[in-house]
Design a protein around this ligand. Structure first.
Ligand code: PLP
Length: 393
């Protein structure tokens, strides 16, 4: 039997980013120690009060089908949070609650692309982006964000490709690079999006994790609210990755239409998880600061541990929960480096190649272990890179 071209075409670029992760999991299963600096999952579980709220809601009876676009009160809470953070008015009806930010990304592409239409993503990119565009029957175009510019978007490259595209996806604070887009970058993005009549999908799931500068939302730039779909999530800000609770904030007609996709796919997010998210937004706002501080501290530890290495260099991340290290001085690809590092040092990082051509020769280090473990692992990583670089010289 022949499967659809669509499903067969979803994989490819971006889908092999997890090779090292799988290998690391196998090593762990075989009883060998591994320091896991791979995927962007917290090393802490969802805080107990949020789980208690989830439990109260479920035991209290909220176990049936839930409101498909999200409960009115959760949508209102998300709209309030967005308005407070961006300074623009957001109506609860513009919010659609989804099964994580990832489902919101898929919904956003379904809402804005017809089959064969091109979506621009910024390279390096979060590894699910190309798969998500293809799953929505779209075509991927990339524009570069280079280390020399602190991984800000190359606006000339963007302007040159915009005429061919219908959608532009940006992500700030950025995974994997840690870039926080400047006002200049976002003003350039807004101007190009308007000139070429592009939809803008703005992935802001790391909005609380800013170490340098401030997070700006493209939706707040003049003329952008009506063409921008903002993606948000409880995964990073409230340590709720497994709960799968995200959202899209969209212009009203999009938010209304997108309900049809919920009917065809998830039929809504479980009500007790929605209630837990609402509780977390109302009662656990200090957690957002804790998360920000935790990753800011780990970033400092990482930068200190990697400083002075001749085998690698890096652009300090301004946000997010990762460090991208340039290991081209070792003479290896990111993939070869990551595999060797796992074999020889028991440290798992992800190869840059999985995040796009612009990240080749880099590795992404997730700051997802305790500070002492991180410090030891990254000192070893730096020495490992130094040894390889001496061998390559
Ligand atoms: N966008 C970016 C840039 C991410 O890094 C992630 C997860 O790592 C997501 C979206 C999706 O997050 P979730 O589906 O858990 O909300």
């Amino acid at each position: 039997m022949q499967m659809s071209r669509r499903i067969l075409g979803v994989g490819g670029d971006g889908s092999d980013a997890w090779d090292v992760y799988e290998r690391a999991r196998e090593r762990q299963a075989a009883g060998k120690p591994v320091v896991m600096l791979t995927i962007g999952d917290h090393d802490r579980t969802t805080p107990r009060p949020i789980l208690d709220a989830m439990h109260r809601s479920a035991v209290g009876g909220n176990t049936g089908y839930a409101a498909m676009r999200g409960s009115a009160s959760l949508r209102a809470a998300i709209a309030r949070r967005a308005a407070e953070r961006t300074g623009i008015a957001v109506a609860p009806e513009q919010v659609v609650v989804t099964a994580g930010g990832q489902a919101a990304l898929f919904a956003a592409f379904i809402a804005t692309l017809d089959p064969g239409d091109a979506a621009i993503i910024v390279d390096p990119y979060y590894a699910t982006y190309p798969l998500t565009v293809r799953a929505a029957s779209g075509r991927v175009l990339t524009v570069a964000a280079r280390p020399e510019t602190g991984f800000q978007i190359d606006l000339e490259d963007l302007a040159a490709k915009a005429a061919e595209a219908r959608v532009l996806l940006i992500n700030t604070p950025n995974n994997p690079t840690g870039a926080v887009y400047s006002e200049r970058t976002l003003a350039g993005v807004a101007e190009i999006a308007q000139r070429h009549d592009l939809w803008l999908i703005s992935d802001e799931v790391y909005d609380v994790q800013v170490h340098d500068g401030v997070h700006l939302s493209a939706a707040a730039f003049p003329g952008m609210a009506e063409r921008t779909l903002v993606i948000g999530s409880m995964s990073k800000s409230h340590m709720m990755t497994g709960s799968r609770l995200g959202w899209m904030i969209a212009p009203l007609p999009v938010a209304e239409q997108i309900g049809d996709l919920a009917i065809a796919t998830t039929y809504g997010v479980p009500g007790f998880i929605q209630d837990a998210a609402e509780y977390a937004l109302a009662e656990q706002s200090a957690l957002e600061d804790e998360v920000a501080e935790l990753y800011a501290r780990r970033r400092q530890v990482a930068l200190a541990a990697l400083a002075g290495s001749n085998g690698l260099s890096l652009t300090p991340p301004a946000g997010g929960m990762y460090v991208m290290a340039d290991i081209r001085g070792t003479g290896l690809t990111g993939k070869a480096f990551a595999h060797l590092l796992l074999e020889e040092e028991g440290i798992a990082v992800l190869p840059g190649e999985g995040f796009g051509a612009a990240a080749a020769g880099h590795v992404r280090i997730a700051l997802t272990v305790a500070e002492d473990v991180l410090q030891d692992a990254l000192r070893r990583l730096a020495r490992f890179a130094d040894r390889l670089a001496r061998g390559a010289a």
